[in-house]
Design a binder for this molecule. Sequence first.
Ligand code: G3H
Ligand code: 13P
Ligand code: NA
Ligand code: ZN
Length: 328
Amino acid sequence: AIISLRQLLDHAAEHGYGLPAFNVNNMEQVKAIMEAAAAVDAPVILQGSAGARTYAGEPFLRHLVLAAVEMYPHIPICMHQDHGASPSVCVRAIQSGFSSVMMDGSLLEDMKTPSSYEYNVEVTRKVVDMAHACGVSVEGELGCLGSLETGKAGEEDGHGAAGELDHSQLLTDPEEAADFVKKTKVDALAIAIGTSHGAYKFTRKPTGKVLRIDRVKEIHARIPNVHLVMHGSSSVPEEWAVMINQYGGDIGQTYGVPVEEIVEGIRHGVRKVNIDTDLRIASYGAMRKFMAEDRKNFDPRKLYKEAQKAMTSICTARYEAFGAAGQA
Ligand code: G3H
Ligand code: 13P
Ligand code: NA
Ligand code: ZN
């Protein structure tokens, strides 16, 4: 059944676990996630970006989710709009049957330029008013995602603020978070604590702590009833990146967010963990390997099946690590 983000994350908070929110664009991704969730009995958050709606087309994206609900009637599923750039994007998602929307007012509509606090409050409050009237949850974002190591927002595939960010923008301020929640009434809040989007998060292998979990604690203490969200939470598993390169790809040396640090965030109030890059890397590695090794095959289903298996293995590992297994 389709349920709202608020319902899912209230349960996660009550039972002290976190939920990965995986980005979906096509059938193989949806099936990979659902298979993993069904195997470990975990609730599901599927999220679609504006890019996903452009790629699949609104009816296909909508029906993919409906198909998942029909195939897995016992698994609660939240369908979430990822990074809504404006209130109108969120309205379209609600019309499309999404049970949750993110109004990302931390950036202007170009999704590149950091916005003013007042702008963020205004657009987010507008979306909350509309969404709550429809029983749809809202995620807001305060602070700008960016690596504390490089000061960069994480680019490559076009989302996130461009170029270098002012260091103060890279960490969400707890007092401002409290004011933001009071003014907007969001259900969930994405915070900046040192993660960034895409594959290139850290240039050195993380030895100690790369995230500011102390900030998670401070923010959670100020707004205990708002579910905290970590974007840019791919761990960029080395074995899959290596596989891409081993079979003709060219991925630069890079490190993602260690799973243990996400787990620590979950211990201190993080409930939704956004992951897109990991599924991209794993599926790509599996496809390159398969194509290189079975050169006689020309049935694409065999190729897609390999991609799906790789993604399922990532999803299963995250459901288990985040404590979501057995919670559906
Ligand atoms: O943060 C955004 C997600 O990784 C979605 O990326 O806009 O390329 O679909 P996308
Ligand atoms: P990654 O690029 O780390 O997978 O983050 C995805 C994300 O935050 C989607 O909103
Ligand atoms: Na989101
Ligand atoms: Zn994101």
